[in-house]
Design a protein around this ligand. Structure first.
Ligand SMILES: NC(=O)c1ccc[n+]([C@@H]2O[C@H](COP(=O)([O-])OP(=O)(O)OC[C@H]3O[C@@H](n4cnc5c(N)ncnc54)[C@H](O)[C@@H]3O)[C@@H](O)[C@H]2O)c1
Length: 375
């Protein structure tokens, strides 16, 4: 049997949207033991959706599930939220905010690989725009540090660290169960964790090729598998509600990359997955889109002095005539019509657009400074 919380909590969260009370479900372990306003029968995998829909009353519900705990909705939500020292508004309120950044206000998001680089930038951008963000990363210490920093900077509980290895099904499933237990579900899932190993096709080991493929390509499949299951339950209960799965592909997902085939292959591949998943998941109220950033030259992937791409590309001889890291950097800047590297602010604009746009799915949005122009 599945983890019942991963079925029940998203269903309740969705029902709370459908009730138009706009109270987002928050399940708290701390809420155990409070007497329930509504009792359901014993919930099973087969009957939970029907039973909860029958039991649900907007604005009042508190459902106790035998052996599992209590789910707060409606009036008890503020109390549960106070425990988290946070403040969320309703999806309806969020939707009326005119500013594009308002499209994520009071929504719940998750960013894999959120501890550093583009992921950190998106976590920050989402939190600053009013979202609650799970920082999901293999580097749990880094994710926790970022969550603490953001809480201190923004003065509210705006982030939560969660450990994950996106190449491991059990790990991703456990991450989504944590989401179900904590906020009941999700509005935005950003599949961002990625790795890069550059090298000639003649020299690259199968081990390195498989490593890149497992994180950058297979990781997106695994994440979408578990995120979409949860969103499907939630959105079924909240008919007409749209949620987003966003894959961070790359400029290298739109055109080939010399001596970088494993990476470009995976980044092209996730666009194929994006289109295919979008076709299937539209029936579940889930949009699936990819963002294709250009080179984030100031980020650690490029600038790390030991393992960064500038050093890797210098050593791989990828840039003809380059003798220093600075030569490699200039080479990449000069290839961009807008004459600079991509920044996280550039990526956030595309992310906000993608979430805000309710009439698009299965797209790959370029953010390349004009370096790649679509046909
Ligand atoms: N940096 C760029 O120039 C650039 C350009 C276009 C696209 N991208 C894409 O943006 C995404 C982020 O890139 P970045 O430059 O910020 O990378 P980064 O190396 O700075 O950060 C990647 C993060 O992902 C985490 N991670 C790695 N493997 C993981 C796994 N198996 N499970 C969970 N977490 C894992 C790391 O711990 C790290 O925090 C990647 O998908 C990358 O391909 C980057």
């Amino acid at each position: 049997m599945s983890d019942m919380i991963s079925l029940i909590a998203p269903c309740l969260r969705g029902l709370s949207f459908d009730g138009n009370k706009g109270k987002i479900v928050l399940f708290s372990e701390k809420s155990r033991g409070v007497s329930p306003a509504i009792k359901t029968g014993v919930l099973t995998e087969e009957n939970y959706a029907e039973e909860l829909t029958k039991a649900w009353k907007p604005g009042t519900a508190l459902v106790t599930v035998e052996g599992i705990g209590s789910f707060y909705l409606g009036e008890s939500y503020d109390e549960a939220l106070a425990l988290a020292d946070g403040k969320l508004c309703t999806p309806a309120e969020a939707a009326t905010v005119a500013d594009r950044n308002g499209v994520v206000k009071n929504k719940t998001a998750l960013v894999t690989g959120g501890a550093q680089g583009f992921g950190e930038g998106m976590v920050r951008g989402l939190a600053e725009a009013g979202a609650f963000v799970y920082i999901a990363d293999m580097n749990l210490a880094g994710a926790e540090k970022l969550a603490d920093t953001l809480k201190a900077e923004l003065g509210r509980t705006c982030a939560c660290a969660v450990s994950v290895n996106v190449t491991d099904e059990d790990s991703v499933e456990a991450m989504m169960n944590k989401v179900a237990r904590t906020t009941g579900g999700l509005d935005i899932f950003v599949s961002n964790a990625g790795v890069l190993k550059a090298g000639s096709v003649k020299e690259m080991t199968l081990k390195d090729f498989s490593f890149v493929t497992s994180v950058d390509y297979t990781g997106f499949f695994i994440c979408t598998k578990f995120a979409s299951k949860q969103m499907t339950i939630q959105n079924k209960a909240a008919k007409g509600y749209l949620t987003d799965i966003i894959c961070i592909s790359s400029k290298s997902g739109l055109e080939g990359s010399n001596k970088n085939g494993a990476y470009a292959g995976a980044k092209f591949g996730v666009i194929g997955l994006t289109q295919s998943f979008a076709l299937e998941l539209v029936a579940d109220g889930i949009k699936v889109n990819a963002l294709c950033p250009g080179n984030f030259l100031d980020g650690p992937l490029w600038s790390d002095p030991n393992r960064g791409l500038f050093v890797q590309y210098l050593n791989a001889g990828k840039v003809p005539g380059a003798k220093t890291v600075a030569d490699v950097r200039r080479f990449y800047e000069s290839k961009v019509p807008l004459d600079r590297g991509c920044t996280t602010e550039d990526v956030m604009k595309a992310l906000f657009y993608t979430v805000d746009q309710k009439y698009e799915t299965g797209q790959a949005v370029p953010i390349t400074g004009g370096q790649v122009m679509l046909n």
